[in-house]
Ligand binder design. Structure first.
Ligand code: HEC
Length: 237
């Protein structure tokens, strides 16, 4: 019986570790601070990003929005276009026609194709590579950051951000915000973050599926192990 107990404890630990690893990445520092009207410093809580790696339609929409609104400045050096049409079920022709704006090679990585030094001179800061951004900052941080732009005429690009005060990035979704309903705007940003989460860990969803089968296999294994254990000790007692 001892052996079985050990096995069960071991399995429990495996499950706990597996589940812990996915939820541990939530950003610990929150989403910045801001001054209230009476001059007090207030803490901004991150908004929950609607990330769902099983929602392929959302990731596809996010891919398209990302390529139109973000890839002009930001690269995503770990993602190849070929990966997009293979893993996201986007027809190759559509990827070539609508998503590959800066290259004509499907094996290429997403690259803004702009000299980083020039970008630094234009914006005052270099737009960072976004391949692993959601892992670096957390999904909720990126989602809140994208929602936190506001008009500020004192800034060079006429925009500022609550999460990253005096940000060098222009308010690139300003037109979208003007031309869509609030729900649609938030949904679009949610899709972009969902795509970025997929980009940062395209294997995450599959890994969870493997994890499920491995645990199931181990649980199934428990039965013969238990019976065997009983069989071995039968004559000793
Ligand atoms: C016109 C160029 C430009 C476009 C287009 C653009 N960005 Fe940026 N972005 C920047 C610059 C410049 C910075 C650096 C800001 C800073 O350090 O102050 C930045 C910073 C960021 C950061 C913060 C990185 C960090 O951790 O410090 C994120 C996240 C981000 N951009 C996401 C996006 C997304 C998503 C899009 C598309 C919706 C987008 N950007 C479109 C120029 C751009």
């Amino acid at each position: 019986m001892k052996a079985v107990k050990k096995l069960v404890a071991g399995l429990g630990l495996t499950v706990a570790l597996g589940l812990g690893a996915t939820s541990a990445q939530a950003s610990a520092e929150g989403c910045g601070t801001y001054k209230t009207v009476d001059g007090k410093e207030a803490h901004l809580a991150c908004e929950k990003a609607p990330v769902d790696l099983t929602n392929k339609a959302s990731i596809q929409r996010g891919a398209s929005l990302f390529m139109s609104y973000c890839a002009g400045c930001h690269s995503a050096q770990y993602v190849r276009y070929s990966k997009m049409y293979k893993d996201l079920d986007i027809p190759k022709e559509l990827v070539e026609k609508y998503l590959m704006l800066t290259t004509d090679q499907v094996g290429d990585h997403i690259n803004a194709g702009v000299d980083p030094e020039l970008q630094k001179a234009w914006f005052g800061a270099q737009p960072p590579d976004l391949s692993l951004e959601t892992r670096l900052r957390g999904n909720d941080w990126v989602y809140t950051y994208l929602l936190a732009f506001y008009e500020d005429p004192s800034r060079p690009w006429g925009a500022n951000n609550i999460v990253m005060p005096n940000v060098a990035m222009p308010f690139v979704l300003h037109d979208m915000q003007m031309n869509t309903s609030k729900e649609e705007y938030r949904r679009n940003i949610g899709d972009i973050v969902n795509f970025m989460a997929w980009m940062a860990e395209p294997q995450a969803h599959q890994r969870k599926i493997y994890g499920f089968w491995v645990i199931l296999f181990l649980l199934a294994l428990l039965i013969p192990v238990y019976l065997l254990n009983k069989e071995f000790w039968k004559d000793v007692k």
